[in-house]
Design a protein around this ligand. Sequence first.
Ligand SMILES: [Zn+2]
Length: 286
Amino acid sequence: MPVTSCFFLFLFLLSVPLLADDEASLDAVFKKVVSEETPSEVQKVLPVAPASPAPKPVVIVIDPGHGGKDAGAVGFGKYREKDLVLQISKKVALEIKKIMPARVYFTRQDDRYISLADRNLFARRKSADLFLSIHANASENKRARGVEVYYLNNATSEAARRLARRENEMGLPGAEEPLTQGVIARMIQNASTEESAILANLIRENLVGQLKRNYSGIHDLGVKTALFYVLVDAKCPGVLIETSFVSHLPEAKRLANRSYQLSIAQGIARGVKSYFEGAGKRGYNL
Ligand SMILES: [Zn+2]
């Protein structure tokens, strides 16, 4: 073997144990440093993953339509919208709380008059994520019946315009403030139209589905749009649910029945839950 090769072999053999020793000693030192530190000190040294944001509590405002001097629609002299929708609204709150974590508030819990503007204001003060206005329908056509869910937008039909006129009647400041182009523009601008449409469809689907499972002759009148004053300034997705007709005797009787009210409440609650499940990516955590 030439002298130079022999020299390099010597260096190599010398370096192996040195490297091994160095690694071993570094290892030992590291272990010692770590083992001498308390767990809290280790946590201070080691990088900590950023904490995930706390789950955002869902805030729901339930708005039983009418109240006090405003009876809403009255069927057959005794089926008063304001009473029926208050009973249904309370059941809706219970059913929502059964199936999802949520803070639920009512615009009214008894028979009192509240202006439509104050209902909006209440939802804003509570930083509502969702606004549910619950109503019962009526028509001069005694055969009209069924379930329909509205969100705020230009009216899709003359019937929707008529309904909006009736629902808006009591709440407008000043006897009959007309829905001017300015008011309408503000309505549309403030409305979470896309989200409200998604919500309306999910509530309709679940509400009609639930009623059909338990009752015959349920009419699905679908999702519609109209200019409802109560949905104007809530600043969150909102819908107005016309649960059934007080002007149709069988439906009026059903509306006053606890089991029917419960089915309505369960259907609405499932629709709301489906909405928030779908909205999970936008920061809600059920
Ligand atoms: Zn109403």
